[in-house]
Design a protein around this ligand. Structure first.
Ligand code: UD1
Ligand code: CA
Length: 417
């Protein structure tokens, strides 16, 4: 635990520009809320305390916090300075460095924050900004520097004059403070700006004017510090995170034919030498073994677990399903709530009819079974070991081991051959 550091994560805003009923920080990036990434990053720095400021639909957001994270509520969303103020009572007795993060900055990496903290602490500063350069800085606070190039304040987009708007150095929103200096400056923040809000960024101007030590360091990759304010930002962040996840899989020995056209969610596990073809969607926490071929156009939904040497080809959809080793399902299929044994062959067009309109039911397909093309398996139903279903059969009752069933509804034949 890093005893000298505490964190405040701001997540109270509605996110008006998202035009959504869902709180902004709960919008998903690669299958999980953006706030979850910020929390992971915060945890990885092992702070003494982490406090999340909640506001809009706080009950929903609170569920995402998990162990060891404190929550406070900002009743009126009066701005980022006001949000930080709400968290301070939880930090009574804490002396040291306070790191403020925004819940809408999910791409931020630990290494960048580590650097900022190190710089801030080594130079014994009152406040240190993480800044970045942007060709199109619209929407961000601009970093103001004095004649000696020292940080002297921040001008928010809405309040910036034309010269300030030309500044390309922006405030990423990630700021380290000496706690006592922050507390003193917060008292002086006034809502005298276009939005009539209490801006945390004003603290920088106040500290500088009071002769305190303020500085900023630039982040190498500004993409990391991208704030999500709109659906457009969300799509960009999804693309960036997707790329990051895909790269990790490739580093671990997975072939991804086209990383731009492969959609793998957070938490998925994929074994070595598996090949993922384009337009494949792999949802959260799905497990795939080694040497598999997945896609193109496969959709592996939540609760899917695939063993080694499996092929799930074109237009195969699975959900809440276990697939045994060496299974082949090469062409369009829906396999839901199913347990498939080893070496099963699933013919083109096989469908598990798992929903009766009210409840979901399970299907079991035992080892070495051969499911003929266009078979409908009306669940609950079991297909025995080595058994075969004829093309176009509709199976409504269990088939024992080593048998063959054909027709609509499927009749179980006396002999397999
Ligand atoms: C903020 C910064 C801006 C910076 C940008 C970086 C301020 C005033 N401006 O602008 O300088 O360039 O981030 O992304 O800080 N929040 C609360 N309570 C509130 C208001 C906001 O908790 O009353 C939270 C939001 O949920 C969000 C974060 O603070 O997670 C930032 O708020 P947002 O409205 O997105 O600020 P920006 O306009 O992006
Ligand atoms: Ca923002």
């Amino acid at each position: 635990m890093n005893k000298a550091i505490a964190m405040i994560i701001l997540a109270a805003g509605k996110g008006k520009r998202m035009k959504s009923q869902t709180p902004k920080v709960m919008h998903n990036i690669c299958g999980r809320p953006m706030l979850a990434y910020v929390l992971d990053m915060a945890r990885s720095l092992k702070p003494k305390k982490t406090i999340v400021v909640l506001g809009y639909k706080h009950e929903i957001v609170k569920k995402e916090l998990g162990k060891g994270i404190l929550a406070v509520r900002q009743k009126n969303l009066k701005g980022t300075a006001d949000a930080v103020k709400q968290a301070l009572p939880k930090l009574k007795g804490f002396k040291g460095t306070l790191l403020v993060l925004y819940g809408d900055t999910p791409l931020l990496k630990k290494e960048s924050v580590d650097k900022l903290l190190k710089y801030h602490i080594e130079n014994n500063l009152d406040a240190t900004l993480l800044t970045g350069s942007l060709d199109k800085p619209k929407g961000y606070g601009r970093v103001l520097r004095d004649k000696c190039s020292s940080v002297s304040g921040i001008a928010e987009e809405k309040d910036a004059d034309d010269f300030q708007k030309d500044i390309k150095e922006v405030n990423t929103g990630i700021i380290c403070f000496n706690k006592a200096s922050l507390e003193a400056a917060l008292k002086k923040v006034r809502p005298d700006n276009r939005k009539k809000e209490y801006y945390l960024t004003d603290v920088i101007n106040i500290l500088y004017a009071g002769g305190k030590l303020v500085d900023g360091i630039k982040i190498c990759d500004i993409q990391e510090a991208q704030g999500i304010n709109s659906r457009l930002d969300l799509a960009r962040a999804n693309a960036a995170m997707r790329q990051r996840l895909n790269e990790k899989f490739m580093q671990n020995g997975v072939t991804i034919a086209d990383t731009n056209l492969t959609f793998i969610s957070y938490g998925a596990k994929i074994g070595q030498d598996t090949v993922i073809y384009p337009f494949t969607v792999i949802e959260r926490d799905v497990k795939i073994g080694k040497r598999c071929f997945i896609g193109p156009f496969a959709h592996l939904r939540e609760g899917t677990s695939v063993s080694d040497d499996v092929t799930l080809g074109n237009f195969v959809e699975t959900t809440r399903t276990k697939i045994g080793a060496k299974v082949l399902a090469k062409h369009f299929s829906y396999i839901g709530d199913t347990s498939v044994g080893a070496k099963v062959n699933i013919g083109a067009g096989t469908v598990t009819a798992n929903f009766d309109g009210r409840f979901k039911h399970s299907t079991v397909i035992k080892d070495n079974a051969m499911i003929g093309s266009d078979t409908i398996l009306v669940a609950p139903v079991k297909i025995g070991k080595n058994s075969i279903t004829g093309a176009g059969s509709v199976v409504i009752k269990d088939i024992p081991d080593n048998r063959k069933a054909v027709g609509v509804p499927a009749r179980i034949l006396k002999r397999k051959g």
